[in-house]
Design a protein around this ligand. Sequence first.
Ligand SMILES: Nc1ncnc2c1ncn2[C@@H]1O[C@H](COP(=O)(O)OP(=O)(O)OP(=O)(O)O)[C@@H](O)[C@H]1O
Length: 394
Amino acid sequence: MYVSHLVLHDFRSYAAADVRLEPGVTAFIGRNGQGKTNLVEAIDYLSRLSSHRVATDAPLVRAGADQAVVRAAVVKDGRTAVLEVELNPGRANRARINKSPLPRTRELVGLVRTVVFSPEDLTLVKGDPSDRRRFLDDLLVLRTPRLAGVRADYDRVLRQRNSLLKTAGAARRGSSSQESALATLGVWDAHLARTGAELLAERLALTEALRPYVGKAYETVARGASRDDAEITYRPSFELPAGDGPAADRTVLTDALLAEVERRRNDELDRGVSLVGPHRDDLLLTLGHGPDESGGARLPVKGYASHGESWSFALALRLASYDLLRADGDDPILILDDVFAELDTERRAQLADLVAGAEQVLVTAAVGADVPQALAGTRYVVANGEVRRADDDR
Ligand SMILES: Nc1ncnc2c1ncn2[C@@H]1O[C@H](COP(=O)(O)OP(=O)(O)OP(=O)(O)O)[C@@H](O)[C@H]1O
């Protein structure tokens, strides 16, 4: 798939932008702060209805404006659809396909698929478990858009349950207000177990599906590495029932989650938060260096890996996502946002070779010479809020 036309109104620094795009590689070159990332961020936003840079929509709307619009013509298998989203911070966003309003904005998710590489990716490796959970959940939703609903339901259940736990924990033991809060809590336990088990089962299956691609991708981006070096393992917040493979049975998981919630009841009341469920899980990233160097031991990447190894792992996670989506029969749009400046020449060339065959690759860079020769495609110069096609400016 590829975007053939991008139109922005009051998005980030752009009062208006209108850019025609082609399949293949397009690089946006310009000095810092000129609006290169803002362009690719708009396409990424259409794909997931969230940005890789900020958690809320408000910063995406141009300062002083109260609404932003992102519109893109997306070509897939020769057919074009025009997707549009209107961002209204503080009010409901709206989405349209070919000018027809969608009942729910969420229905737009997954119609255009992107995989974004950016300097922020290092947080996948060095950041908190929440960064890795978001990575898994974003990929889940891209592959199966219906799961956006499950994710939203789980977040809602968690918020309600946490507020009840606070109320019940603060009430006098045995008082009628505690009794009533505990009775309501039972209902939310069941919701948490059901939606939590669904999310958990999906994440377990995704981790299994992704694992071989991560090993292969790491071997390709890290000098001298082998396919078995990089591994990902899903780390749940409680012990899973024995024998649970990737296609874990939802009923068994629901029962196990419910039993664990009941077992931890007192802890939860003391702390006033939900301590069990997929919101407490992590994706463990480990590296082995072969039996010669470490006696076959595997070490977590966080806290142990070198800067170069951490970068390679982060790149491998993104490349693996791309390969998995491709194996699903889709060719997502690849966005390489400011990554080349972070990489040494050899790794730049490797990454460029790996992605050069994608149907559409969008690259941003401050310096044209940082973009490897293998990605010599169409170039745009971005300066003073204008995007203009250029001859090779290196
Ligand atoms: N909501 C907004 N309203 C107005 N301007 C904004 C808004 N959000 C970001 N900007 C401006 O957009 C510019 C950043 O654009 P962008 O991140 O696309 O830069 P870039 O060209 O990718 O730069 P770099 O090479 O440094 O990454 C900054 O000058 C910032 O002040």
